[in-house]
Design a protein around this ligand. Sequence first.
Ligand SMILES: [Zn+2]
Length: 197
Amino acid sequence: MKILKEGDTKKVACERCGCFQNATFKLRDVPVSDGSGLVKNILVGVCDACDTVAVIPHQSTPAIKTQLDKQRKAVEGRVPSHLIDILNLASDKLGAQTDFVPSLIKYYIHALSKNVIAPTELPVLLESELAKGRANKRISLKGRYIAEEVERVKASAHIGSTTELLKGVVLKINDEILVHQKQDRIKELENLVAATA
Ligand SMILES: [Zn+2]
């Protein structure tokens, strides 16, 4: 793959002009084709004749993906504050800082969505005392697959709201990491901590 630089030129098929034109590669803000946003400062080929973006080089794809992931809507819910304490304690138990918490929750949601952990265990946990309390702290998760996985787990666990699902996941983390100290799970998560530290 040839890496292009700002100022490089190339003959490209310009859609606006309907013919081949000379394009110059420049940093531009580019609207996303589905109209959902603007990707900023991306190297693109701009048609010298009509000044529209005629081509997006392959090398710009990772930068576009990164920006789109950031813009993607987060999965959010409000939970009682003691559930945040559980997440912080579980992170600590794994030798991680509290910034590991979103990765920890995402690990569980992924495992639940793949049935590595049975989603049917969640409703039982939601019956416990720990599930109660005023929801006053926010959990916010971002990622490329998280929204889709959350919906899948909600469907298979028959849980209606995202907040309830997040509560169930935290209680599962409590059950495995803090209460039963499940060794194989802890080992696996410690590896993840080491890899992301
Ligand atoms: Zn043009």
